[in-house]
Ligand binder design. Structure first.
Ligand code: NAD
Length: 500
């Protein structure tokens, strides 16, 4: 979702220059430094300037936070509070976020480079998620089992206990709310570990939580590196679940940590290499091409559900790619604080180098790089990469199989439906897939056979909160959004009462 802001470029720049940042960890209701005294720099990728030095938590803070989270959980002040009361508090938090939505969007834009219009859309989506989840939580019932007359079998759902949410940097506030809303709603204590590349909105969120009736220790934020504080949390014997969004590589580590410790639940939302299939009978070729371009270039391609593999029927491939490149001309990167920018800056030098490396590799491996003539060839100084389209890609090329997480599209042709399905499913990932056709029989037939957690027909990325979001195969096993998440953060208990 992208929101057109009424604030001008100059006004955003002025606001950015006046911002102050919370940089400390939020532990048991207090903002505190790390025991080690260490910090790490948050750098604006659009300018290279250091925004703030953030407290770098480690194993000490992890242990302390887990103890507070456990104590808060056992106290029952939140975990056993009536659902209607938890709902009121979470709705109050949603109102506070709404009051500060422009500031929160600005923090994400400065921290990780996304355009301000997209960041505003993310915050709006986060608020919608929190309100949807809060509104649902007092409408869930348990069950009575069909036992004989001599018993009463109650099937109830209870919170898991201490939940650690580990989130990535590409949608910092939105991913955070997707995780913490259902976890808090169902009565758990939550420790949030934001990405070291985007901690600022998480810490501002902690300030807002501190203004609500959420008890101390129920929500805590530990900024720091994954291999330190993240790993310590994941190995803790006192943590009941890890809700993770991030790379497949780290997702695999988390399942290992769970096995090495207390077999905590791990809900994983990992990477994707998502096929977007365009059949020869798609409607309105220029419009579909425009949407296919947006599916990969939105958020600089730093999107788990980016439509990064475009499979086009060979009969229309050339005109389709021409129309897509035409659309991409207007999707150039620009200053993230300029409301007109379609793409912003790449999150950091490491990610920039990774994307640039794949662009080089694509050409070396024989793919054809299409020319996309931008109105101006000047990119701002900073970590900016223009929309990049490779045609004549073959399934064995690295750009066809590996998640690049940048504005790079791999186009492959196919001759019939079977070939399209085989190409689409030829991936370790299974997060999202799209298909474009006017044949209602075909779209259902193909949708059923795609190995993917989500299938978009004649659209890309339906944003509704009512649909579960998550993947299959190595894209993970968790689901965000929808009522399904409330089940994920609770445990079933069977209570058997013998009747004499
Ligand atoms: P990442 O896996 O590098 O990091 C994600 C989080 O894990 C960060 O907070 C990081 O500090 C933490 N972490 C890293 N190593 C850790 C360890 N050893 N123990 C515990 N925590 C650790 O991912 P990223 O670069 O932040 O994000 C990009 C990835 O996220 C992409 O692969 C993308 O597809 C994926 N993603 C998936 C979804 C989804 O819903 N499926 C959504 C957004 C992003």
């Amino acid at each position: 979702m992208s929101v057109t802001p009424s604030v001008t470029h100059a006004q955003w720049q002025q606001r950015a220059s006046q911002l102050s940042f919370e940089t400390r960890a939020y532990l048991n209701g207090e903002f505190v430094p790390a025991a080690s005294g260490e910090t790490f720099a948050s750098i604006n990728p659009a300018t290279g300037n250091t925004l703030a030095n953030i407290v770098c938590c480690g194993a000490v803070e992890a242990e302390t936070a887990v103890a507070h989270a456990r104590a808060a959980f056992e106290s029952g002040d939140w975990s056993r509070l009536a659902p209607a009361a938890r709902k009121r508090t979470l709705l109050a938090l949603a109102d506070l976020i709404a009051e500060h939505q422009q500031e929160l969007a600005l923090l994400d834009t400065l921290d990780m480079g996304k355009p301000i219009g997209s960041a505003l859309g993310d915050v709006a989506s986060a608020i919608e998620c929190l309100r949807y989840t809060a509104e649902s939580l007092d409408k869930l019932y348990g069950q009575v089992a069909p036992t004989g007359d001599d018993a009463l079998g109650l099937i109830v759902r209870e919170p898991l206990g201490v939940v650690v949410s580990i989130v990535p940097w590409n949608f910092p506030l939105m991913m955070t709310i997707w995780k913490i809303a259902p976890a808090l709603a169902t009565g758990n204590s939550v420790i949030l570990k934001p990405s070291e590349k985007s901690s600022l909105s998480a810490l501002r969120l902690a300030q807002l939580v501190a203004e609500t009736a959420i008890p101390k220790g129920v929500f805590q934020v530990l900024p720091g590196f994954g291999a330190d504080v993240g790993k310590a949390l994941a190995l803790s014997m006192q943590v009941d679940a890890i809700a993770f969004t991030g790379s497949t590589q780290v997702g695999k580590l988390l399942t290992q940590y769970a096995g090495q410790s207390n077999l905590k639940r791990t809900f994983l939302e990992c990477g994707g290499k998502n096929p977007n299939i365009v059949f020869e009978d798609c409607a309105d070729l220029p419009s579909v091409a425009h949407q296919a371009a947006a599916a990969i270039f939105h958020n600089q391609g730093e999107v788990c559900i980016a439509g990064s593999r475009l499979l086009v029927h060979n009969r229309i491939r050339e005109p389709f790619v021409r129309a897509l490149c035409e659309a991409a001309k207007n999707m150039q990167p620009g200053d993230p604080l300029d409301p007109q920018s379609f793409m912003g800056a790449i999150v950091d030098q490491e990610q920039y180098d990774k994307i640039a490396g794949y662009i080089e590799l694509g050409a070396q491996q024989g793919a054809h790089r299409e020319t996309i003539e931008a109105q101006s060839s000047d990119l701002p100084d900073g970590l900016f990469i223009p929309p990049t389209v490779f045609n004549d890609v073959t399934p064995d090329m690295a750009i066809a199989t590996e998640e690049i997480f940048g504005p790079v599209l791999a186009v492959m042709g196919f001759d019939d439906e079977e070939e399209a399905i085989a190409l689409a499913n030829d991936s370790d990932y299974g997060l999202a897939a799209g298909l474009w056709s006017q044949d209602v029989n075909r779209v259902i037939r193909v949708a059923r056979r795609l190995q993917s957690g989500q299938v978009y027909i004649n659209n890309w990325a339906g944003p509704d909160m009512t649909m579960p979001f998550g993947g299959v195969k190595q894209s993970g096993n968790g689901r965000d959004k929808s009522l399904q998440t409330l089940g994920e953060y609770t445990e079933t208990k069977s209570i058997w009462l013998a009747i004499h």
